[in-house]
Ligand binder design. Structure first.
Ligand code: PAF
Length: 326
């Protein structure tokens, strides 16, 4: 594994790879690598000849200076974890300094309208402009054939898919299942900042998603379409039952448009259809998205109801509870 810190050097190395006919996969990260990232690197290794992992704590996507300052920076451990992947160790780890990525204050940003204004976008001003811009820069620098992202950042993935399509960026996107701890908590670099109590409290988040899936399954078992309102209530009741957890939002939206499930599809379908975004049959797809603070650590998670694999993975990773919502 070669550590590269400049754009010019990485471009030179990757040009040589391409001259040898090698395809390139990119796994963009903020560092503080956990099993979810490492799973993505293994998947990427199966998708291209050469894998590049980028590690860059991108300041422009943080809305709070304290959050940026507190973000864990663990480069030595990250590189050791990548080396320990053995045959799946990436060929390159790209670790630019901030001045390499932003040599002067940028005047250009990639802004995706609408879908960036809800959920995370409503809570974190400017976050998705920062993400869309840095991911576009990374795509321009690496020019990957394929890029791999985790499903935990569901909205981020919807945004990335949209600007890649809108801007004709020539990259295949692969979104991978969320990797969870034994109690179901989604792996996140931010989990490192939780103490033992916070860690136990945070497990309420996947339990809430489990309650949402259970509510949807009960509806389906009775031949009904899952009702977004009831699904949300099931999740919320589980979340607000525990101590020390400050719910930012629990939303149930259409997974493609991130709009309320009964909103007209309209522009998102490329027309003026008044069909609801998510047709209310038993196989209706609904994204349940949660954001909550445990102390000052903000955690997000989601499950896609109507996606049998995602539902199963969530249920397999969480214990049934004795609540009426399970
Ligand atoms: O998901 C992340 O880790 C970041 O948002 C990304 C995609 C690396 C951009 O900085």
């Amino acid at each position: 594994m070669r550590r590269v810190t400049t754009i010019a050097a990485l471009r030179q190395d990757l040009a040589a790879e391409r001259r040898h006919g090698h395809t390139v996969a990119l796994v963009p990260t903020l560092g503080a690598l956990h099993d979810g990232h490492l799973a993505n690197v293994r998947i990427a290794a199966g998708l291209a000849d050469v894998v590049v992992v980028s590690i860059f704590v991108n300041p422009t996507q943080f809305d709070r200076p304290d959050d940026l300052a507190a973000y864990p920076r663990t480069l030595a451990a990250d590189e050791a974890a990548l080396r320990a992947l053995g045959e799946h160790t990436p060929a390159y780890v790209f670790v630019p300094e901030e001045r390499e990525m932003y040599p002067r204050p940028p005047r250009t940003t990639v802004h995706v309208s609408g879908i960036t204004e809800v959920l995370e976008g409503a809570s974190r001003a400017g976050h998705f402009d920062g993400v869309a811009t840095v991911v576009t820069k990374l795509f321009n620098i690496v020019q990957p054939d394929v890029a791999v992202f985790g499903r935990k950042d569901f909205q981020q993935n919807v945004v990335i898919r949209r600007f890649v399509e809108d801007l004709d960026q020539p990259v295949r996107l692969v979104f991978t299942p969320t990797v969870r701890e034994d109690d179901g908590l989604a792996r996140s670099s931010r989990n490192q900042r939780l103490d033992a109590d916070g860690r136990a409290t945070a497990a309420a988040i996947p339990r809430a998603l489990r309650a949402a899936v259970s509510a949807a399954r009960r509806a389906r078992a009775e031949g009904r379409a899952p009702d977004p309102v009831r699904v949300r209530e099931a999740a919320l009741a589980t979340l607000t039952g525990g101590p020390d957890l400050d719910v930012d939002y629990v939303e149930v939206v259409d997974p493609d448009t991130l709009a309320p499930p009964d909103a007209p599809r309209g522009e998102e379908a490329g027309g003026t259809s008044t069909e609801p975004t998510s047709a209310p049959g038993p196989s209706r797809r609904l994204l349940v998205a949660v954001a909550a603070f445990v102390g000052d650590v903000r955690l997000i998670d989601n499950v896609e109801i109507g996606d049998p694999d995602d539902e199963e993975r969530l249920l397999a990773a969480t214990e049934p509870t004795a609540t009426p919502h399970d």
